[in-house]
Ligand binder design. Structure first.
Ligand code: ADP
Ligand code: MG
Length: 261
């Protein structure tokens, strides 16, 4: 069994892709098998892991639209235990191309079934929109991890996201949970960031991860080298934070399976 987590927030630039790559890498170094699913037409998770978007690259688009075997599209990365289902700009068209398909909201879920038992975690990097791709990611997921940037308009759009999650539970009968709210790009030198973080903890309570991701330039540099932060600068604050987040995610998972079993 594996846990499928959609990393989602329809706002761009909040740290979804950075979290997908680096949480994925930090889980993989803890000896957990991880599949990263790039579900964003920008393909930043793909390029950030150093995978070249050549015209011949098999991607999530081929799996969703052309019925390509998902196992033929998944590729290894330079990190042991971390595989990727890549994306490129072709994915832009997918919203239109699957709009008339049968059960169009659960295509990704059905495709992932084939590989679910090969991984302990499957992390889906969502696009910055509440579109059919994000709906597919949420329908495929056991839970949603929501990165929120510690800045003035932090909560903007979050209620729409929570409404969408509620609609998935009610209209589609899919019992998706909240994995956690993740505070990202936290700058402890500013009063604003401290205030926003305090407000978010008050608003979301225990759903907020204890781990906070600091603003760290090394995290922004790593993707241009095609590496996770663990490979690029393992001693950085950014790396330490994602290692800590992976521990927290694993602890939560162990607690859940202890309760279930
Ligand atoms: N903790 C961080 N510290 C510094 N820069 C960050 C951090 N997290 C993300 N970034 C940078 O901010 C930008 C947006 O992050 P990204 O993960 O691509 O967001 P999203 O996927 O939500 O659009 C990127 O340039 C990224 O490198
Ligand atoms: Mg992104």
């Amino acid at each position: 069994m594996s846990r499928v987590i959609a990393i989602t927030n329809q706002k761009g630039g909040v740290g979804k892709t950075t979290t997908a790559i680096n949480l994925g890498a930090a889980l993989a170094v803890s000896d957990v098998k991880v599949l990263l699913v790039d579900a964003d037409p920008q393909g930043n998770t793909t390029s950030g892991l150093g995978i070249q978007k050549t015209p011949g690259l098999a991607t999530i688009y081929d799996v969703l639209v052309d019925d390509k075997d998902i196992e033929d599209a998944i590729c290894p990365t330079s990190m042991e235990g971390l595989d990727l289902l890549p994306a490129d700009k072709n994915l832009i068209g997918v919203n239109l191309e699957i709009v008339g398909a049968d059960q169009r909201e659960s295509i990704l879920r059905r495709k992932l079934e084939k590989v679910r038992n090969k991984y302990e975690f499957i992390l889906i990097d969502c696009p910055p929109a509440l579109d059919l791709l994000t709906l597919n990611a949420l329908m495929a997921a056991d839970s949603a991890l929501v990165p929120i940037q510690c800045e003035f308009f932090a909560l903007e759009g979050v209620s729409e996201l929570m409404d969408t999650i509620e609609r998935i539970r009610e209209s589609f009968g899919h019992p998706i949970k909240i994995e956690g709210i993740l505070l990202t790009m936290f700058d402890d030198r500013t009063n604003l960031a401290r205030q926003v973080a305090a407000d978010l903890r008050e608003f979301f309570g225990g759903e907020v991860f204890k781990t906070v991701i600091p603003r760290n330039i090394r995290l922004a540099e790593a993707p241009s080298h095609g590496k996770s932060i663990l490979a690029y600068d393992p001693g950085s604050r950014g790396s330490e934070a994602y290692v800590q987040l992976a521990k927290e995610v694993l602890t939560n998972e162990h607690k859940r399976s202890a309760q279930a079993g």
